[in-house]
Design a protein around this ligand. Sequence first.
Ligand SMILES: C[S@@+](CC[C@H](N)C(=O)[O-])C[C@H]1O[C@@H](n2cnc3c(N)ncnc32)[C@H](O)[C@@H]1O
Length: 387
Amino acid sequence: MDKIVVNRAAAERLRSFFPWVYRTDIQQSAGEPGDLVSVHDPGGTFLGIGYINPASEISVRILSFSEVEINRDFFREKLMAAFRKREALRGKTDACRLVHAEADELPGIIVDDYAGHLAIQVNTLGMERLRDLLLPELVELRQPKGIYEKSEAKSRSREGLGTEDRVLHGEIPGRIEIAESGARFLVNLRESQKTGFFLDQRRNREITSSYVEAGFEVLDVFANTGAFGIHAALHGARRVRLVDVSREALEQARENLALNRVAAQTVRADAFDYLTEAPGARDRFDLIILDPPPFAKAKRMTAGALKGLRHLICQSLRILRPGGFLAVFSCSHHVSQVDLQRAVLEAATDRGCRIEILEHLFQDRDHPYVLNIPMSLYLKGFLLKSF
Ligand SMILES: C[S@@+](CC[C@H](N)C(=O)[O-])C[C@H]1O[C@@H](n2cnc3c(N)ncnc32)[C@H](O)[C@@H]1O
């Protein structure tokens, strides 16, 4: 295996289990794109084994901080460790993220399980080269009914890879039915966003819907396939409105409403326009959910993202009943929880509202947050009560 040498700053980070080496950290490079390399500090001490792609700003991703062989047994152990972490979800759902890339020490790959059908996303050249070691282990351990590859992340183009959208193994039906805390959803792997369903919000849907009382009027903004709104309806909400800009997502939301035998109005609109203009003069809600896509994909976009969030919160507070609930989220790593809290306070001050924070919300446990990898915490939110 080729050896590379990194500077002292990178060596420090690697010693504290941060799994990336940036291009500018490398003092002495070696290996072809996608090759396994062993990483050393300037004194020659071993730091880890990873794969290299000098074309990417993150040039090395670490697979192991120990001197081990990267073979099928290696992947079997990592997969088994990842599966064990998800065991606590059993009984609550049959859909979860089984492998969350770096947060499960398997950089460059995501695996979701939808009732025994797997969706995988391979995001790096290095993992593309290792897939023949990992995938047979995945099949042997999970015995999936099918595997669908949905490798279309933008990160792939940075790695010099194209899109892959295909059935890899077994059969994948047009709709897969999953269960989540008493609700059921249909997942269409071929036409969905992400790898199928927003699994990371599972716990937050459960917490938010536990505040719903019979007769509530609920507005689910950025609703996607309706998961928050449907949980609210199942908890007794009298009127639910789902707003999303995506026609396909709302079509799937209507299927999900029928499956759960609940009703909701679906509105195809831009959320900013809708919240600013559309609700009728007398429309008031007891619960509003704001779950936008990542507004800040890079650090330089953070200020704009916060401005957008402030606007959405401000408009929501305008149409929330006194004593009503607002669940607000950001899924950008670059927006911290403190940033989001500040955006809430500024919007509340603008509107003259007093706000109580009832719940601090994070991505669910199948999307692990590893303290040594700051970017592994990406989803933050609050459940608020406004007076
Ligand atoms: C994070 S997802 C929401 C997930 C959803 N709450 C759930 O639990 O399944 C963000 C959603 O925002 C929608 N979206 C993106 N930009 C939008 C916009 N400007 N207005 C309305 N919806 C938008 C996307 O189509 C996507 O469904």
